[in-house]
Design a binder for this molecule. Structure first.
Ligand code: PLP
Length: 429
């Protein structure tokens, strides 16, 4: 008998399986950690100018391997992408009142990094196809106060990086890539994270490869690399030894990656093609399986890029589908297809911007700007968040071809049965 009664109304779920967390840690990582444990040196830095300033042997080997893999001049391992973004802002000299262009829809750390130095986040809307900063809007938003453009390669899609780099160079500002979500993504064969002046990668548990917590900053610029190394490890105590004459932002932190994390990172890096390839495979299968459904737009692969699908985001057109995103998602969940709606709300709606309280009691650094943060600032991001995005967490889940067949069947069943949902929505049943 045909199973077309929706599970939300008691029908048989189209996909009866259970999706478990993806585990990328294997015997190699465990052995590598055990070797570090046996060595007794779990972290190898001194916070003073010495041979140990740059970290222990495993951290340095990990950085060298990252340089080879991503074809860049420097890699600076840190304890998170958040730390790396702060180091990047410090290194490019963001100063109180400077503006930093950021996208509205991203993980909050992107827009917090400028604030640490008194920088003013200027939210510029997203391109609805790539979900990344729209270059024409970036160009219009540059002012004499702009110090940097902080672009995010969101969901593993690749921003118009070369165009943004050209805009940055033309205006004498820095392009920083928050590449937390797009390792191995490319534009015209060049790696995302290496097209801007600095790229910052995340190695937290939820990413394509991980070290539990961790991050890496990449750059081809020797001065920026040294400044990030200084910021990672108590800059103020080490600038004299390093011969750093420019003391701007040379107040340091402890952003150091441990030997343990670097040992995991070295092994994960050897497997990065596999882990990223898995995410691409899932996305391609879903793209094929969900093609041609009215009102459903699967992710678009922009010409000349390789997106790496940290998250799989569909655009949902309520009018064309005929039912709300919310009821559709509930029906999907009942069929065994877990989704989440809207990703994150535009960051300017967070209390830090709405109340204009960030550093200290007096509302600094918002006291340095006339910029206002109000609803309506970035209509594309708001529309995507409130109405259109339906996301699937393909980076964190273990998904086989069998699961994919079930998930696609579940989606198509709900789409085909949306008339039943429509009746409920209209209160007819
Ligand atoms: C775009 C983006 N930026 C920054 C971060 C922060 O990364 P971390 O947890 O390594 O600090 C994340 C993490 O989810 C992210 O996705």
């Amino acid at each position: 008998m045909k199973n077309d009664k929706l599970a939300i109304y008691g029908g048989e779920p189209a996909y009866g399986g259970t999706l478990h967390a993806y585990n990328s840690i294997g015997a190699e990582e465990i052995d590598a950690v055990a070797r570090v444990m046996r060595s007794g040196c779990l972290s190898g830095y001194y916070g003073s100018w010495s041979n140990e300033f740059f970290g222990g042997p495993v951290v340095q080997a990990f950085e060298a391997a990252w340089v080879r893999r991503f074809n860049c001049r420097h890699a600076v391992a840190v304890n998170s992408n958040t730390s790396g973004l702060i180091a990047a802002m410090g290194a490019v000299g963001v100063s109180p009142g400077d503006e930093v262009i950021v996208p509205p829809m991203t993980m909050a750390a992107t827009a917090m990094a400028p604030l640490i130095y008194g920088g003013i986040p200027v939210f510029v809307d997203m391109d609805p196809v790539t979900y990344c900063l729209a270059p024409d809007l970036v160009r219009k938003s540059i002012t004499p106060k702009t110090r940097a453009i902080l672009v995010v390669n969101l969901f593993g899609h690749i921003a118009h990086l070369e165009e943004l780099r050209a805009i940055a160079d033309e205006h004498g500002v820095f392009l920083i890539e928050d590449n937390a979500q797009a390792p191995l993504g490319t534009e015209n064969g060049r790696y995302a994270g290496t097209i801007g002046h600095i790229g910052v990668f995340s190695l937290n548990y939820h990413k394509h490869i991980h070290t539990g917590e961790g991050g890496v900053c990449t750059t081809d610029n020797d001065d920026l690399a040294l400044r990030m190394q200084l910021l990672r490890n108590h800059a103020e105590s080490c600038v004299e030894g390093a011969g750093m004459a420019n003391l701007v932002n040379m107040v340091g932190f402890n952003m150091r990656m441990t030997e343990l994390c670097a040992a995991v990172g070295l092994e994960q890096l050897k497997k990065i093609d596999y882990h990223v390839g898995m995410r691409e495979h899932i996305a391609q299968r879903l793209n094929e399986g969900l093609a041609g459904l009215v009102g459903i737009t699967p992710p678009v692969q922009r010409d000349s890029t390789r997106p790496v699908y940290y998250m799989y985001q569909i655009r949902f057109d309520r009018d064309a589908v005929g039912v709300s995103r919310e009821i559709f998602a509930k029906a999907l969940a009942a069929e065994g297809f877990p989704t989440f709606l809207g990703y994150l709300k535009p960051l300017y709606m967070l209390p830090v911007f709405q109340k204009r309280v960030a550093i200290g009691r007096e509302g600094w650094p918002f006291t340095l700007t006339e910029r206002v943060y109000r609803k309506g600032l970035c209509p594309v991001a708001e529309r995507l968040h409130e109405k259109e995005l339906v996301g699937f967490d393909n980076c964190c889940l273990k998904i086989t071809d069998f699961d994919l067949d079930g998930l696609i069947a579940a989606f198509r069943k709900v789409h085909a049965g949306r008339g039943q949902l429509k009746q409920v929505e209209e209160g007819h049943t």
